[in-house]
Ligand binder design. Structure first.
Ligand SMILES: Cc1cc2nc3c(=O)[nH]c(=O)nc-3n(C[C@H](O)[C@H](O)[C@H](O)COP(=O)(O)OP(=O)(O)OC[C@H]3O[C@@H](n4cnc5c(N)ncnc54)[C@H](O)[C@@H]3O)c2cc1C
Length: 330
Protein backbone atom coordinates (compact mmCIF):
# COMPACT_ATOMS: atom_id res chain seq x y z
CA UNK A 1 0.00 0.00 0.00
CA UNK A 2 1.26 3.50 -0.82
CA UNK A 3 1.62 6.13 1.93
CA UNK A 4 -1.41 8.39 2.44
CA UNK A 5 -2.60 10.93 4.96
CA UNK A 6 -5.87 10.63 6.84
CA UNK A 7 -8.23 13.24 8.27
CA UNK A 8 -11.66 13.00 9.84
CA UNK A 9 -14.23 15.62 8.84
CA UNK A 10 -16.78 16.87 11.34
CA UNK A 11 -18.98 18.71 8.83
CA UNK A 12 -19.73 18.58 5.11
CA UNK A 13 -17.85 21.72 4.13
CA UNK A 14 -14.67 20.56 5.88
CA UNK A 15 -14.98 17.22 4.08
CA UNK A 16 -15.41 18.88 0.67
CA UNK A 17 -12.56 21.34 1.30
CA UNK A 18 -10.37 18.44 2.45
CA UNK A 19 -10.88 16.54 -0.79
CA UNK A 20 -10.70 19.67 -2.96
CA UNK A 21 -7.33 20.59 -1.43
CA UNK A 22 -5.57 17.49 -2.83
CA UNK A 23 -5.34 16.30 -6.40
CA UNK A 24 -5.54 12.65 -5.35
CA UNK A 25 -7.94 12.67 -2.39
CA UNK A 26 -10.91 10.40 -1.68
CA UNK A 27 -13.80 10.31 0.75
CA UNK A 28 -13.78 7.29 3.05
CA UNK A 29 -17.16 5.69 3.81
CA UNK A 30 -17.29 2.14 5.15
CA UNK A 31 -14.00 1.44 3.35
CA UNK A 32 -15.13 -2.02 2.23
CA UNK A 33 -14.23 -1.33 -1.40
CA UNK A 34 -11.74 1.54 -1.30
CA UNK A 35 -9.40 -0.04 1.25
CA UNK A 36 -9.35 -3.33 -0.69
CA UNK A 37 -8.46 -1.45 -3.87
CA UNK A 38 -5.69 0.41 -2.06
CA UNK A 39 -4.26 -2.81 -0.63
CA UNK A 40 -4.24 -4.37 -4.07
CA UNK A 41 -2.52 -1.36 -5.63
CA UNK A 42 -5.42 -0.46 -7.90
CA UNK A 43 -6.21 2.87 -6.21
CA UNK A 44 -3.57 5.22 -4.79
CA UNK A 45 -5.23 8.16 -3.01
CA UNK A 46 -2.74 10.41 -1.22
CA UNK A 47 -5.35 11.74 1.19
CA UNK A 48 -8.36 10.03 2.75
CA UNK A 49 -11.10 12.19 4.23
CA UNK A 50 -13.15 10.10 6.63
CA UNK A 51 -16.80 11.18 6.44
CA UNK A 52 -18.20 8.74 8.99
CA UNK A 53 -18.94 11.46 11.55
CA UNK A 54 -21.10 13.55 9.21
CA UNK A 55 -24.78 13.83 9.99
CA UNK A 56 -25.93 11.83 6.96
CA UNK A 57 -27.30 8.77 8.72
CA UNK A 58 -31.08 9.25 8.56
CA UNK A 59 -33.83 7.63 6.51
CA UNK A 60 -36.68 10.16 6.45
CA UNK A 61 -40.07 10.52 4.83
CA UNK A 62 -40.03 13.58 2.56
CA UNK A 63 -42.65 16.17 3.36
CA UNK A 64 -45.41 16.60 0.78
CA UNK A 65 -44.86 13.95 -1.85
CA UNK A 66 -44.37 10.96 0.45
CA UNK A 67 -41.01 9.96 -0.96
CA UNK A 68 -38.04 8.95 1.17
CA UNK A 69 -34.61 10.54 1.65
CA UNK A 70 -31.73 8.20 2.47
CA UNK A 71 -28.61 9.78 3.99
CA UNK A 72 -25.36 8.87 2.24
CA UNK A 73 -23.99 7.28 5.41
CA UNK A 74 -26.97 5.00 6.09
CA UNK A 75 -25.46 1.52 6.30
CA UNK A 76 -26.74 -1.11 3.88
CA UNK A 77 -28.03 -3.25 6.80
CA UNK A 78 -29.95 -0.37 8.39
CA UNK A 79 -31.47 0.61 5.05
CA UNK A 80 -32.56 -2.93 4.23
CA UNK A 81 -34.29 -3.30 7.60
CA UNK A 82 -35.86 0.16 7.77
CA UNK A 83 -39.61 0.00 8.00
CA UNK A 84 -40.21 2.65 5.31
CA UNK A 85 -38.06 0.67 2.88
CA UNK A 86 -39.37 -2.80 3.73
CA UNK A 87 -42.97 -1.62 3.47
CA UNK A 88 -42.87 0.75 0.51
CA UNK A 89 -39.90 -0.43 -1.54
CA UNK A 90 -39.42 -4.17 -0.90
CA UNK A 91 -37.35 -4.44 -4.10
CA UNK A 92 -34.67 -2.25 -2.48
CA UNK A 93 -34.68 -4.15 0.80
CA UNK A 94 -34.36 -7.48 -1.05
CA UNK A 95 -31.56 -6.14 -3.26
CA UNK A 96 -29.55 -4.93 -0.27
CA UNK A 97 -30.02 -8.18 1.63
CA UNK A 98 -28.81 -10.16 -1.38
CA UNK A 99 -25.48 -8.31 -1.37
CA UNK A 100 -22.18 -9.22 0.29
CA UNK A 101 -22.43 -10.57 3.88
CA UNK A 102 -24.05 -9.25 7.09
CA UNK A 103 -20.67 -7.97 8.35
CA UNK A 104 -19.99 -6.08 5.11
CA UNK A 105 -23.52 -4.68 4.98
CA UNK A 106 -23.06 -3.36 8.53
CA UNK A 107 -20.19 -1.19 7.28
CA UNK A 108 -21.09 -0.44 3.66
CA UNK A 109 -22.75 2.95 3.14
CA UNK A 110 -25.32 4.13 0.62
CA UNK A 111 -22.85 6.61 -0.94
CA UNK A 112 -20.03 4.06 -1.10
CA UNK A 113 -22.29 1.44 -2.63
CA UNK A 114 -23.15 3.84 -5.47
CA UNK A 115 -19.44 4.30 -6.19
CA UNK A 116 -18.18 0.74 -5.71
CA UNK A 117 -16.04 -0.33 -8.63
CA UNK A 118 -16.32 -3.23 -11.03
CA UNK A 119 -15.23 -6.75 -10.05
CA UNK A 120 -13.63 -7.40 -13.48
CA UNK A 121 -10.63 -9.69 -12.82
CA UNK A 122 -8.41 -7.68 -15.16
CA UNK A 123 -9.21 -4.41 -13.36
CA UNK A 124 -8.47 -5.94 -9.96
CA UNK A 125 -5.06 -7.33 -10.88
CA UNK A 126 -2.40 -4.66 -11.50
CA UNK A 127 -0.01 -7.44 -12.55
CA UNK A 128 -2.14 -7.77 -15.66
CA UNK A 129 -1.00 -5.12 -18.16
CA UNK A 130 -4.27 -4.55 -20.04
CA UNK A 131 -7.11 -2.60 -18.47
CA UNK A 132 -8.44 0.64 -19.94
CA UNK A 133 -9.92 1.56 -16.56
CA UNK A 134 -6.66 1.24 -14.62
CA UNK A 135 -4.43 2.40 -17.44
CA UNK A 136 -6.34 4.19 -20.21
CA UNK A 137 -5.10 3.14 -23.64
CA UNK A 138 -3.65 -0.19 -22.47
CA UNK A 139 -6.52 -2.27 -23.91
CA UNK A 140 -9.23 -4.51 -22.47
CA UNK A 141 -7.95 -7.87 -21.23
CA UNK A 142 -11.45 -9.28 -20.90
CA UNK A 143 -12.41 -8.84 -24.57
CA UNK A 144 -10.32 -11.85 -25.64
CA UNK A 145 -9.76 -13.21 -22.15
CA UNK A 146 -11.85 -14.95 -19.52
CA UNK A 147 -15.07 -12.96 -19.76
CA UNK A 148 -17.65 -15.11 -17.98
CA UNK A 149 -18.91 -12.32 -15.67
CA UNK A 150 -18.83 -9.56 -18.24
CA UNK A 151 -21.30 -7.33 -20.08
CA UNK A 152 -23.80 -8.27 -22.75
CA UNK A 153 -25.48 -4.86 -23.12
CA UNK A 154 -24.10 -1.36 -23.73
CA UNK A 155 -20.44 -2.39 -23.80
CA UNK A 156 -17.70 -0.93 -26.02
CA UNK A 157 -14.48 -2.32 -27.47
CA UNK A 158 -12.67 -0.38 -24.73
CA UNK A 159 -14.37 -2.12 -21.79
CA UNK A 160 -16.82 -4.94 -21.11
CA UNK A 161 -16.84 -4.71 -17.31
CA UNK A 162 -20.13 -4.67 -15.38
CA UNK A 163 -21.32 -2.59 -12.45
CA UNK A 164 -21.45 -4.91 -9.43
CA UNK A 165 -24.04 -3.26 -7.16
CA UNK A 166 -27.37 -4.83 -6.23
CA UNK A 167 -28.66 -1.72 -4.44
CA UNK A 168 -28.21 0.45 -7.54
CA UNK A 169 -30.30 -1.89 -9.71
CA UNK A 170 -33.29 -1.50 -7.39
CA UNK A 171 -32.70 2.25 -7.23
CA UNK A 172 -32.64 2.41 -11.05
CA UNK A 173 -36.07 0.76 -11.20
CA UNK A 174 -37.34 3.16 -8.51
CA UNK A 175 -36.01 6.20 -10.44
CA UNK A 176 -33.96 7.42 -7.51
CA UNK A 177 -32.26 10.82 -7.50
CA UNK A 178 -28.76 11.33 -6.05
CA UNK A 179 -28.12 14.54 -4.10
CA UNK A 180 -24.55 15.84 -4.14
CA UNK A 181 -22.72 18.79 -2.60
CA UNK A 182 -19.61 20.30 -4.16
CA UNK A 183 -17.45 23.40 -3.86
CA UNK A 184 -20.04 25.23 -6.00
CA UNK A 185 -23.12 24.14 -4.06
CA UNK A 186 -25.72 21.41 -4.24
CA UNK A 187 -27.15 19.61 -7.27
CA UNK A 188 -29.12 16.48 -8.07
CA UNK A 189 -28.36 13.71 -10.56
CA UNK A 190 -30.97 11.17 -11.67
CA UNK A 191 -29.71 7.68 -10.94
CA UNK A 192 -30.22 6.93 -14.64
CA UNK A 193 -27.59 9.60 -15.40
CA UNK A 194 -25.28 8.90 -12.47
CA UNK A 195 -23.34 5.91 -13.86
CA UNK A 196 -21.97 5.94 -17.40
CA UNK A 197 -21.58 3.41 -20.19
CA UNK A 198 -17.91 2.78 -21.04
CA UNK A 199 -17.76 4.27 -24.55
CA UNK A 200 -14.25 5.58 -25.27
CA UNK A 201 -13.54 6.52 -21.64
CA UNK A 202 -14.28 3.57 -19.33
CA UNK A 203 -12.09 5.12 -16.63
CA UNK A 204 -14.80 7.80 -16.16
CA UNK A 205 -17.47 5.75 -14.45
CA UNK A 206 -19.93 8.35 -13.17
CA UNK A 207 -21.04 11.91 -13.81
CA UNK A 208 -19.98 12.93 -10.29
CA UNK A 209 -17.27 15.61 -10.23
CA UNK A 210 -14.07 14.61 -8.35
CA UNK A 211 -14.69 16.79 -5.27
CA UNK A 212 -18.42 16.25 -4.97
CA UNK A 213 -19.79 14.58 -1.86
CA UNK A 214 -22.88 12.40 -2.13
CA UNK A 215 -25.19 13.56 0.66
CA UNK A 216 -28.36 11.55 0.05
CA UNK A 217 -30.49 9.50 -2.31
CA UNK A 218 -34.15 10.40 -2.77
CA UNK A 219 -36.75 7.79 -3.67
CA UNK A 220 -39.95 9.17 -5.21
CA UNK A 221 -43.29 8.10 -3.78
CA UNK A 222 -44.31 5.09 -5.85
CA UNK A 223 -47.28 3.35 -4.27
CA UNK A 224 -47.18 0.45 -6.72
CA UNK A 225 -43.57 -0.31 -5.73
CA UNK A 226 -45.07 -2.28 -2.86
CA UNK A 227 -45.58 -4.89 -5.55
CA UNK A 228 -41.94 -5.48 -6.43
CA UNK A 229 -39.18 -8.07 -6.30
CA UNK A 230 -35.40 -8.42 -6.71
CA UNK A 231 -34.12 -11.64 -8.24
CA UNK A 232 -30.39 -12.31 -8.11
CA UNK A 233 -28.81 -15.20 -10.03
CA UNK A 234 -25.28 -16.08 -8.89
CA UNK A 235 -22.81 -18.91 -8.59
CA UNK A 236 -23.31 -19.33 -4.82
CA UNK A 237 -26.45 -18.78 -2.79
CA UNK A 238 -24.77 -16.07 -0.73
CA UNK A 239 -21.69 -13.87 -0.63
CA UNK A 240 -21.41 -13.68 -4.42
CA UNK A 241 -21.94 -10.93 -6.95
CA UNK A 242 -24.77 -11.20 -9.47
CA UNK A 243 -24.24 -13.00 -12.75
CA UNK A 244 -27.59 -11.48 -13.66
CA UNK A 245 -30.14 -9.69 -11.50
CA UNK A 246 -33.57 -8.19 -12.07
CA UNK A 247 -35.49 -5.52 -10.17
CA UNK A 248 -39.14 -5.72 -11.20
CA UNK A 249 -42.14 -3.57 -10.28
CA UNK A 250 -45.65 -3.95 -11.72
CA UNK A 251 -48.55 -1.52 -11.63
CA UNK A 252 -51.77 -3.40 -12.32
CA UNK A 253 -55.10 -2.12 -13.62
CA UNK A 254 -57.70 -4.83 -13.26
CA UNK A 255 -56.30 -7.90 -15.00
CA UNK A 256 -53.76 -5.99 -17.09
CA UNK A 257 -50.37 -4.38 -16.57
CA UNK A 258 -50.76 -0.61 -16.44
CA UNK A 259 -47.02 0.03 -16.23
CA UNK A 260 -43.83 -1.84 -15.41
CA UNK A 261 -40.40 -0.94 -14.11
CA UNK A 262 -37.59 -3.36 -14.86
CA UNK A 263 -33.86 -2.88 -14.26
CA UNK A 264 -31.03 -5.35 -14.76
CA UNK A 265 -27.76 -5.94 -12.91
CA UNK A 266 -24.65 -7.90 -13.89
CA UNK A 267 -25.17 -7.24 -17.59
CA UNK A 268 -23.81 -3.75 -18.26
CA UNK A 269 -21.34 -1.10 -17.14
CA UNK A 270 -24.21 0.62 -15.30
CA UNK A 271 -27.49 -0.55 -13.78
CA UNK A 272 -29.49 -1.23 -16.94
CA UNK A 273 -33.01 0.13 -17.14
CA UNK A 274 -34.97 -2.25 -19.37
CA UNK A 275 -37.12 0.30 -21.20
CA UNK A 276 -37.88 -2.02 -24.13
CA UNK A 277 -39.19 -4.71 -21.80
CA UNK A 278 -41.27 -2.13 -19.94
CA UNK A 279 -42.84 -0.87 -23.17
CA UNK A 280 -43.62 -4.40 -24.28
CA UNK A 281 -45.43 -5.11 -20.99
CA UNK A 282 -47.73 -2.06 -21.04
CA UNK A 283 -51.39 -3.07 -21.44
CA UNK A 284 -50.64 -6.80 -21.52
CA UNK A 285 -52.06 -9.56 -19.38
CA UNK A 286 -49.50 -10.87 -16.91
CA UNK A 287 -48.59 -14.31 -18.25
CA UNK A 288 -45.55 -16.27 -19.39
CA UNK A 289 -46.00 -15.28 -23.04
CA UNK A 290 -46.06 -11.53 -22.35
CA UNK A 291 -43.14 -11.79 -19.89
CA UNK A 292 -41.02 -13.78 -22.32
CA UNK A 293 -41.85 -11.36 -25.19
CA UNK A 294 -40.73 -8.45 -23.01
CA UNK A 295 -37.47 -10.25 -22.19
CA UNK A 296 -36.87 -11.02 -25.88
CA UNK A 297 -37.43 -7.36 -26.78
CA UNK A 298 -34.88 -6.18 -24.19
CA UNK A 299 -32.20 -8.66 -25.16
CA UNK A 300 -32.65 -8.36 -28.95
CA UNK A 301 -29.39 -6.41 -29.29
CA UNK A 302 -27.43 -8.23 -26.58
CA UNK A 303 -23.93 -9.37 -27.52
CA UNK A 304 -22.01 -12.10 -25.74
CA UNK A 305 -18.36 -13.19 -25.78
CA UNK A 306 -16.56 -16.52 -25.64
CA UNK A 307 -17.46 -17.35 -22.02
CA UNK A 308 -20.55 -15.28 -21.24
CA UNK A 309 -23.06 -15.83 -24.06
CA UNK A 310 -25.05 -17.98 -21.63
CA UNK A 311 -25.99 -14.75 -19.88
CA UNK A 312 -28.32 -13.76 -22.74
CA UNK A 313 -30.71 -16.66 -22.20
CA UNK A 314 -30.16 -16.47 -18.43
CA UNK A 315 -31.22 -12.82 -18.41
CA UNK A 316 -34.37 -13.59 -20.40
CA UNK A 317 -35.30 -16.32 -17.94
CA UNK A 318 -34.48 -14.13 -14.94
CA UNK A 319 -36.71 -11.30 -16.26
CA UNK A 320 -39.54 -13.77 -16.82
CA UNK A 321 -39.16 -15.31 -13.37
CA UNK A 322 -38.92 -11.96 -11.56
CA UNK A 323 -42.11 -10.77 -13.28
CA UNK A 324 -43.87 -14.06 -12.44
CA UNK A 325 -43.02 -13.51 -8.77
CA UNK A 326 -44.29 -9.92 -8.76
CA UNK A 327 -47.49 -11.02 -10.51
CA UNK A 328 -48.04 -13.70 -7.85
CA UNK A 329 -47.57 -16.56 -10.33
CA UNK A 330 -44.85 -18.26 -8.27
C1 LIG B 1 -16.30 -9.80 -0.31
C2 LIG B 1 -17.26 -8.75 -0.79
C3 LIG B 1 -18.47 -9.15 -1.35
C4 LIG B 1 -19.36 -8.18 -1.82
N1 LIG B 1 -20.55 -8.58 -2.39
C5 LIG B 1 -21.42 -7.64 -2.88
C6 LIG B 1 -22.63 -8.01 -3.51
O1 LIG B 1 -22.97 -9.19 -3.63
N2 LIG B 1 -23.44 -7.03 -3.98
C7 LIG B 1 -23.10 -5.70 -3.87
O2 LIG B 1 -23.87 -4.85 -4.31
N3 LIG B 1 -21.95 -5.32 -3.29
C8 LIG B 1 -21.11 -6.25 -2.79
N4 LIG B 1 -19.94 -5.87 -2.21
C9 LIG B 1 -19.53 -4.47 -2.31
C10 LIG B 1 -20.01 -3.63 -1.16
O3 LIG B 1 -21.41 -3.46 -1.27
C11 LIG B 1 -19.29 -2.29 -1.32
O4 LIG B 1 -17.93 -2.54 -1.00
C12 LIG B 1 -19.86 -1.22 -0.43
O5 LIG B 1 -21.20 -0.96 -0.76
C13 LIG B 1 -19.05 0.06 -0.57
O6 LIG B 1 -19.50 0.97 0.43
P1 LIG B 1 -18.45 1.63 1.42
O7 LIG B 1 -19.19 2.61 2.26
O8 LIG B 1 -17.65 0.62 2.16
O9 LIG B 1 -17.55 2.40 0.37
P2 LIG B 1 -16.02 2.83 0.46
O10 LIG B 1 -15.15 1.64 0.22
O11 LIG B 1 -15.77 3.65 1.67
O12 LIG B 1 -15.96 3.82 -0.79
C14 LIG B 1 -16.17 3.40 -2.12
C15 LIG B 1 -16.00 4.62 -3.02
O13 LIG B 1 -17.01 5.56 -2.76
C16 LIG B 1 -16.45 6.84 -2.41
N5 LIG B 1 -17.38 7.41 -1.45
C17 LIG B 1 -17.88 6.80 -0.32
N6 LIG B 1 -18.84 7.59 0.22
C18 LIG B 1 -18.93 8.70 -0.55
C19 LIG B 1 -19.75 9.87 -0.50
N7 LIG B 1 -20.69 10.06 0.44
N8 LIG B 1 -19.59 10.81 -1.46
C20 LIG B 1 -18.65 10.65 -2.44
N9 LIG B 1 -17.85 9.57 -2.52
C21 LIG B 1 -18.01 8.60 -1.61
C22 LIG B 1 -15.06 6.53 -1.89
O14 LIG B 1 -14.18 7.62 -2.04
C23 LIG B 1 -14.68 5.35 -2.78
O15 LIG B 1 -14.21 5.84 -4.01
C24 LIG B 1 -19.05 -6.81 -1.70
C25 LIG B 1 -17.84 -6.41 -1.11
C26 LIG B 1 -16.96 -7.36 -0.67
C27 LIG B 1 -15.66 -6.91 -0.05
Amino acid sequence: MNPFTYSRASDQQTAINGVAAHEHAKYLGGGTNLIDLMKMGVEHPEQLVDINRLDLTKVEQLPGNGGVRIGALVRNSDLAEHNLIKTNYPVLSEALLSGASPQLRNLATTGGNLLQRTRCYYFYDPAFPMCNKRDPGSGCGALEGYNRIHAILGQSDKCIAVHPSDMCVAMAALEAVVRVQGPNGERTIRLADFHRLPGETPQVETNLQPNELITAVDLPALPFAKRSHYLKVRDRASYAFALVSVAAILEMDGGRIKSARVALGGVAHKPWRAHKAEQALGGKEPNDASFRAAAEAELANAHGYKYNSFKIELTKRAITQALRTVAGMG
